[in-house]
Design a protein around this ligand. Structure first.
Ligand code: 6GU
Length: 244
């Protein structure tokens, strides 16, 4: 069964170039995923087709109203019997990471709510009980780009999404380490050469060099990742690490 992704947004047109390109496009063509875009505004009921209103208590900006979002979620969920994991994109959410991508890639159906404006009426969160997700500590104008970030990272994890040659298993973050350096032809470019070991044909030595590079680069560039990895490891792992 393929993964169904519903996207509720005021700007469905933003998604076409991303979903229609590269891996997200190929995954849909292969039947691994289906994308369903719904414009929240099509559930507006007043003459102005309102989806937002001024905040009670005053303050700047506008707040997404309950009615259009509740109606949209209920209507979209009825389109398919698979239960949907509801996700709401907001800078107040849990920080998205590779582990969350892996969990979401195992679901039968995801329903992403991308808001705009200053925020959501809190009763949307209380009533619809979505998992609130953020992609990092910076402010974006809306949840559309974050939704696309989630979709890209999730879809490429679906079995068969990547060509046999690609493979997601040994990439950065799969095991808490960033990637080793890569080189391709020519062997020398403007006086800069490729490390000799990569031209040696000794596959065991190359694998060992790459692992060492990944560890060194993780320690130097991402001490936060290195710390997490060390504290997650057993004593056996640590001894193996020290002796390798
Ligand atoms: Cl999910 N939404 C918005 N508006 N800004 C963000 C974000 C989400 N994640 C980081 N910044």
């Amino acid at each position: 069964m393929s993964l169904r992704i519903d996207i509720l947004t005021l700007f469905p047109e933003m998604f076409a170039p991303i979903l229609g390109t590269s891996i997200p496009k190929r995954a849909a063509e292969k039947g691994l995923v289906e994308y369903h875009l719904t414009n929240i505004r099509s559930f507006a009921t007043d003459a102005h087709l309102s989806v937002d209103d001024r905040p009670f208590g005053g303050g700047p900006g506008m707040v997404m109203i309950c009615q259009t979002l509740f109606d949209a979620v209920e209507a979209v969920e009825k389109q398919d019997s698979r239960p949907a994991q509801r996700l709401l994109l907001t800078p107040q959410g849990q920080k998205f990471d590779q582990k969350m991508a892996e969990e979401l890639a195992r679901q039968p159906r995801l329903l992403m709510i991308a808001g705009h404006y200053e925020g959501f009426d809190e009763r949307i969160i209380d009533g619809l009980q979505p998992v609130e997700v953020s992609i990092g500590d910076y402010v974006l104008s809306g949840g559309e780009i974050p939704a696309m970030v989630l979709i890209d990272s999730i879809v490429r994890l679906l079995p068969g999404a990547l060509g046999a040659a690609d493979g997601a298993a040994d990439e950065t973050f799969a095991d808490g380490l960033i990637e080793h350096p890569q080189y391709t032809r020519p062997r020398e470019f403007r006086g800069l050469s490729v490390p000799d070991i990569l031209l040696s044909g000794n596959h065991k030595a190359i694998a060992a060099w790459r692992l060492e590079q990944r560890k060194l680069r993780t320690q130097q560039r991402r001490p936060d990742l290195w710390q997490n990895r060390s504290s997650a490891m057993s004593d056996d792992d640590r001894n193996r690490d020290r002796n390798s």
